[in-house]
Design a protein around this ligand. Structure first.
Ligand code: NAD
Length: 297
């Protein structure tokens, strides 16, 4: 079997266009555009690229992007908390995102839990984790939500499917498992202590790999016809000396011979993450203004 490639770039472009249509309706009706505040502390080059791309996507969707770039040396934890308080109180700000990782002298949990849960468009606040676990409306972390949208587009109804999520982080693995459970999958969460991971993975109709280990999941671990969502982003040496390339947590060459559909890296889950961020910002603005979206996205 040669797997169908799930085109996350195309799915993300469609979602971004749909968000932009609703943003235009929202702005016409309320007289203001939804606003996303992004806070970056320090000079981490990967974080700087993410923040830039988030700003571009926000503006392209017709929303306002408020970017706060702070110096890692001179910004204290108290300064950052004060900024979060100001953004919480600012009526023009519908979503607040503090880019991780934060410098080591800062307590990321303290910062993230200071964000108003109703502006927490990253969905990392424990209140939103609890809402997801109990089925209440809240904000779902963008990467797992993007994975869910790709799976729904691929399968339609996920009910009764057997799903294995590899990884139990608060950002990807755990919320992914909650989302699959809410869509009535039978969910197994595998992690670094799981015994005989290949046998566990072989049970699954749906495999979501969120581990951070290059090409760990092999084709012969998969049930023939499984759908594979590869969240991993790993930089490995390229064949050209001194160059690197990105690979996922799944060995694409062997997995694509066994799966029925698979996301590539890059071009799979990654683009959906930003699309879901602007989706969450629009949803936040709509909730705050009591505005009904025509497209529930
Ligand atoms: P993390 O390090 O917080 O968690 C990794 C998880 O993998 C842990 O729960 C651990 O138990 C599990 N694990 C580690 N080794 C294992 C093994 N040998 N067998 C089974 N499980 C094992 O990572 P994370 O933040 O969840 O991210 C996971 C991957 O997804 C990373 O490659 C990251 O770069 C990527 N990621 C991508 C996006 C995106 O937008 N595409 C977003 C977030 C994370």
């Amino acid at each position: 079997m040669t797997a169908r490639i799930i085109d996350g770039k195309a799915a993300a472009a469609t979602l971004r266009t749909e968000v932009a249509v609703e943003v235009a309706r929202f702005t016409a009706a309320t007289g203001r555009a939804p606003g996303l505040a992004v806070v970056l502390v320090g000079e981490d080059p990967a974080s700087a690229v993410y923040v830039r791309n988030k700003g571009i996507a926000t503006r392209e969707a017709g929303m306002l992007s408020f970017e706060h770039k702070l110096d890692a040396e001179t910004t204290s934890q108290a300064d950052l908390l004060a900024l979060v308080d100001r953004l919480n109180a600012d009526p023009a700000v519908d979503g607040i995102l503090v880019q991780l990782p934060l410098p080591p002298q800062m307590d990321a949990d303290a910062i993230l839990t200071r964000i108003d849960p109703d502006k927490d468009v990253d969905g990392f606040h424990p209140v939103n984790a609890g809402r997801l676990a109990t089925g209440l409306p809240g904000f779902v972390p963008c990467t797992p939500y993007g994975c869910l949208l790709l799976l729904r587009a691929e399968l339609g109804n996920l009910s009764g499917k057997s799903a294995v999520v590899i990884g139990r982080s608060n950002i990807v693995g755990k919320p992914m498992a909650m989302l699959l459970l809410a869509d009535s999958c039978t969910v197994t969460i595998a992690h670094s202590r799981t015994k005989d991971l290949p046998a566990v993975v072989r049970q699954a109709d749906i495999v979501v790999a969120a581990v951070g280990r290059a090409e760990m999941v092999k084709g012969d671990w998969l049930k023939p016809g499984a759908i594979v969502i590869d969240v991993g982003i790993n930089r490995v040496p390229a064949s050209e000396p001194g160059k690197t390339r990105l690979v996922g947590d799944v060995d694409f060459a062997s997995a694509s011979q066994v799966a029925s559909a698979i996301t590539p890296v890059p071009g799979g889950v990654g683009p959906m993450t930003i699309a879901c961020l602007i989706r969450n910002t629009l949803v936040s603005a709509a909730r705050r203004e009591n505005f009904k979206l025509e497209n529930p996205l």
